[in-house]
Ligand binder design. Structure first.
Ligand code: AMP
Length: 372
């Protein structure tokens, strides 16, 4: 296992908030940060030592990043797989490129989860709308049709309640091939963030329960309000998937919890995840610190939760009302990512609140009317 030490440079592909928080964690220990992002003033660019401003798939820029960095990581999965693969031939990319290839495509992602032995919803894949029509009964109704590539935050998906709705899925094929999967009547959504170093040492962070609004993560509650059997199953499934994929770095595993306490894996993200931001304050090791330890070839720290916590996202429309009242909440840890324009629904920051009384704090959050 190659060890990268403070003073050396960590190159990050992608300059968003995840890169920024990774970079801040690394800088605390004295690492230098280089970032590749198409914009000059990206959230990570603002805290980086070296900025390379170019598209993610720009070959020369990737080479330049490789030249100035002792290790390369990435902060989001929709980077150019071929570019990352080429870069891994000339620079040290301990995470490799394979995980990006697998998770960029919902079909390969599902088949790899299945191959690991972890449970997924019944699904079928279709290259064309006609193929979908022929196969859809295998997924059954209700089902959700999702584009294979490029969907996020509920974009690129359609729920079909019965065969007569199938035409609603036709336009999805203008963007990409699709998968159709059984609709899961879940009682809760949870996520397990698992992190693994090149020696195969791995730990899960405490499991988050996720509440979405309009398909965008609104709140994460930690620990998730589920029983010990659910936690055991969820951690075992995350470990099975991480070992199967020979993970290095971070994998967020999003799951559904059913009425009978069984779990089903929804999707994977091969990077730090919004539902793990609480760990910055609430754990003895944040997802960003642990990610840096993993890619720098350090032994991992066993995560410990200091106190139950709620993380609530700050979208564009929440910034102004939040700023009006924030000084009145000394217990709220506010993170704003330095994005210039507070567009509606854009993730601008988050707030983490450690609490002894989750239910009361949930009510307190609602009573502010910032998130009404
Ligand atoms: P995804 O982009 O796959 O994470 O889906 C976004 C959201 O849609 C999830 O967080 C769920 O709330 C919902 N969803 C996705 N797939 C399913 C499913 N098979 N059954 C029920 N709800 C789903």
């Amino acid at each position: 296992m190659k060890t990268i030490l403070p003073g050396q440079t960590i190159g990050i592909i992608g300059g968003g908030q995840l890169g920024r928080m990774m970079g801040l964690a690394a800088k605390e220990a004295g690492f230098r940060i280089a970032v590749l992002d198409p914009t000059m003033d990206s959230p990570c660019g603002q805290i980086a030592d070296i900025r390379i401003v170019a598209p993610y798939n720009d070959e020369t820029a990737l080479e330049e990043l490789g030249e100035v960095s002792d290790v390369i990581t990435y902060e989001f999965e929709n980077i150019d797989y071929d570019g990352l693969k080429r870069l891994s031939e000339i620079a040290y990319v301990p995470q490799g490129a394979e995980l990006v290839r697998i998770t960029q495509n919902r079909a390969t992602e599902k088949s790899e989860i299945k191959a690991s032995g972890a449970p997924v919803a019944n699904y079928v894949t279709a290259e064309t709308f006609d193929e979908l029509k022929g196969k859809i009964n295998t997924a059954g109704f209700p089902c959700i049709v999702k584009t294979t590539f490029g969907g996020y935050d509920g974009k690129g998906q359609v729920k079909l309640d019965s065969p007569k709705d199938i035409h609603e899925a036709e336009s999805l094929f203008e963007h990409s091939s699709c998968i159709a999967e059984a609709f899961i009547p879940f009682t809760k959504e949870i996520s397990v963030i698992i992190q693994r170093n090149p020696d195969g040492e791995s730990y899960c962070l405490p499991i988050a329960e996720n509440i979405h609004k309009d398909h965008i993560l609104h709140e994460s509650i930690v620990p998730a309000r589920v029983g010990p059997e659910v936690i055991a199953q969820a951690e075992a499934a995350a470990k099975q998937i991480a070992d199967h994929l020979e993970l290095v770095g971070t994998l967020a595993v999003e799951m559904f919890v059913l009425e009978n306490d069984e779990i089903i894996i929804n999707e994977l993200a091969p990077r730090p995840h919004n539902s793990g931001h609480y760990s910055i304050e609430a754990c003895n090791v944040s997802q960003f610190h642990q990610h840096i330890r993993a890619v720098c070839g350090w032994p991992l720290r066993k995560p410990k939760l200091w106190a139950p916590s709620i993380m609530v996202n700050v979208l564009g429309e929440h910034v102004a009302p939040l700023k009006k009242v924030i000084v009145n909440y000394p217990d709220w840890s506010v993170h704003l990512y330095g994005k210039a324009e507070a567009k509606e629904k854009r993730k601008m920051g988050h707030v983490t609140i450690m609490t002894d009384d989750i239910e009361k704090t949930l009510q307190d959050i609602d009573s502010t009317s910032i998130w009404a």
